[in-house]
Design a protein around this ligand. Structure first.
Ligand SMILES: Cc1cc2nc3c(=O)[nH]c(=O)nc-3n(C[C@H](O)[C@H](O)[C@H](O)COP(=O)(O)O)c2cc1C
Length: 319
């Protein structure tokens, strides 16, 4: 498989990143992805109890990942509304993690500190303007995520197919495509659009190593192409599996509910309810619209191997 400049930047063999996933991007998953030649990312709340301490949890996760792989791995740190963000940044620096992926917040906040500590910084964006701003703030690369992606989406809901080439043309740093990629065809397409790598989330939920609840994995396997929807358009579009909760939110939105009413109704930690506890009716099960293509639980290394092994075949079919 093609070695892109992302491979050189991160010291990885294949330009594939396993995205951060709030409650379920655990050390075992991240380490397995890194061992297989990609870059695994740990989320500070992975496997944590509802009111747990993110810093302690992150330290434990990093320790576990280090016991499982000597290869580079990273940490995903969404910044907005996170009371522990300062301490999490300090932890990433103290623990000398290889890569930090910042999201939801300004890349101006912590990029300098992280880079001074020798950490590579990637920032998640969903528009050309934000990609350019991240480049100006000195990040090493941007992960450009289209609205096919599971979880939080950009406000303009640009699809990966239109977002990637426009971001690629507007910045000179490496661009990683995210949203709607689950196999080798998606990775080849992302590289054809000019990306230097691909990040996947939903595909990695359905792996043996991921601590997602079995009900959640099963729901993704059963899902069809049209089984996800976007809720929260007024305050933060979020792609989730269609379920009772999703329909209720959509109904409230259509009836003109205010942002306060919606936030009050949804409450906090609903994503844990769905993804980690397996209560699919009441939880927010973040899930990409590529779910319909995921039909079995694989190991993380099988996911990566099938991309690496079939890369040339797909390229040949284009000649
Ligand atoms: C269950 C789940 C949880 C996620 N949580 C986060 C998160 O905590 N932080 C983040 O930056 N992205 C998060 N994402 C987005 C992923 O990192 C990734 O960019 C996205 O899943 C890619 O699109 P795909 O779902 O089509 O593969 C999440 C995605 C899923 C499916």
């Amino acid at each position: 498989m093609k070695k892109t400049r992302l491979c050189n930047l991160l010291g990885i063999e294949s330009p594939i990143i396993q995205g951060g996933m709030v409650w379920i991007a655990n050390a075992e998953l991240a380490a397995a992805v890194s061992e297989a030649g990609g870059l695994g990312l740990i989320s500070p709340t992975a496997g944590m109890s509802r009111n747990g301490d993110q810093v302690d949890n992150l330290k434990g996760q990093i320790k576990t990942a280090r016991s499982l792989t000597a290869k580079p791995f990273g940490v995903n740190l969404p910044m907005l509304h996170n009371p522990q963000i300062e301490d999490l940044i300090a932890t990433a620096i103290d623990e000398r993690v290889d890569v930090v992926v910042t999201a939801a917040g300004s890349p101006g906040l912590y990029t300098d500190r992280l880079k001074e500590a020798g950490i590579k910084v990637l920032h998640l964006v969903a528009s050309v303007r934000h990609a350019q701003s991240a480049e100006r703030r000195g990040v090493d690369g941007v992960i450009a995520e289209g609205c096919e992606a599971g979880g939080h989406n950009g406000l303009d809901e640009l699809s990966t197919f239109v977002l990637i080439p426009q971001v690629v043309d507007s910045v000179s740093i490496p661009v990683i495509a995210a949203g709607g990629i689950a196999d080798v065809r998606g990775v080849v397409a992302a590289l054809a659009l000019g990306a230097d790598g691909a990040q996947m989330g939903t595909r990695f939920v359905v792996t043996h190593e991921c601590i997602a609840h079995p009900n959640f994995k099963e729901a993704i396997i059963k899902a069809n192409d049209n089984d996800t929807t976007i809720t929260g358009r007024k305050f933060g579009p979020t792609r989730i599996l269609k379920n009772e909760l999703a329909y209720k939110i959509l109904e409230m939105e259509a009836a003109g509910a205010s942002v306060e009413e919606l936030i009050d109704f949804i409450g906090s930690s609903r994503s844990r309810t769905g993804q980690f506890e397996g209560d699919l009716a009441n939880g927010e099960s973040y899930c990409g619209s590529i779910a319909g293509m995921i039909k079995e639980i694989k190991s993380a290394s099988e996911v990566i191997r099938s991309i690496v092994d079939n890369y040339d075949t797909v390229l040949d079919s284009l000649r």
